[in-house]
Design a protein around this ligand. Sequence first.
Ligand SMILES: Nc1ncnc2c1ncn2[C@@H]1O[C@H](COP(=O)(O)OP(=O)(O)OP(=O)(O)O)[C@@H](O)[C@H]1O
Ligand SMILES: [Mg+2]
Length: 294
Amino acid sequence: MNSVETNEKTQIENENKQPCETGNNCIIEVKNLTKLFQKKVVLDKINLSIEKGKTTVIIGPSGCGKTVLLKHLIVLLRPSEGEVYFNHKRIDNLKEKSLNKIRTHYGFLFQGGALFDSLSVRDNIIFPISQHYKISDWKQADELVKNKLAMVGLDGYQNYYPANLSGGQRKRVALARAIALNPEVILYDEPTTGLDPIRSDVINEIILKLQRELNITSIVVTHDMTSAYKVADRIIMLHNGKIVADGNADYIRNHPHPIVQQFINGQVDDDDLALLRMKGTISQAQFLPRDFEQ
Ligand SMILES: Nc1ncnc2c1ncn2[C@@H]1O[C@H](COP(=O)(O)OP(=O)(O)OP(=O)(O)O)[C@@H](O)[C@H]1O
Ligand SMILES: [Mg+2]
């Protein structure tokens, strides 16, 4: 091991543990997290503590920074300002090599849930394991794949390729892959988007089962309020880079702020509605093929 690695390892192991807003049961914390992209503020001094074993749902309009926030939790993006902690240790300033170690504690289901099309279901699930460990016992690896697929109700699909699976099955395989390394935390970015209500509910049930049986901490970004109310111990709403509401499902359902009510009820705000209802806006925007002829 070279001296840079040794220093960094020592730094991680010896770093003083940080107190956390939610006490010792806190697994993730962000402090004053600010993110700018070309001077545009996407996250604005966010403070957040995530309790171990709980499911936290993040809601908010498209483009408000939900995915950007999720990526900061595993430092796929680095903060412009502020800090990120995992198990009371600061991680946003670590080098990639140390971060990769930290990331083995996480499973993530990215927006779109991309599987590798050229790999079978089995090899998709083995992939994250082979990234971190040298597999010598393939029988054990196959046992693990079987076990993870059983968790999502898809044991028997080992030799299928993603192209031969439905959208719901692909999400479940992506979830089996996300739990391959027995993570303590799973980050879900819109796990039910594009699924019908029944397949969405299968995903909800899996999120609940992982919490119940493995005490996994989940952070779920979603637009799907049925899913949010079903799985959440806590719901956080982001708007204009800030947390505007934070509480359990009942608290959010009855939140007095019009922005929260508009979002959870799927209502367009009055200004946008006036614009949409302006006469002539659609006919003016339509073109016929002859409009393009010379
Ligand atoms: N790498 C990047 N470079 C520049 N701007 C970015 C980058 N990633 C995200 N953004 C911008 O940050 C803002 C928040 O993006 P983000 O993807 O977090 O939105 P979101 O809340 O997840 O939206 P959606 O619900 O549509 O997924 C957007 O304006 C986006 O264009
Ligand atoms: Mg997103």
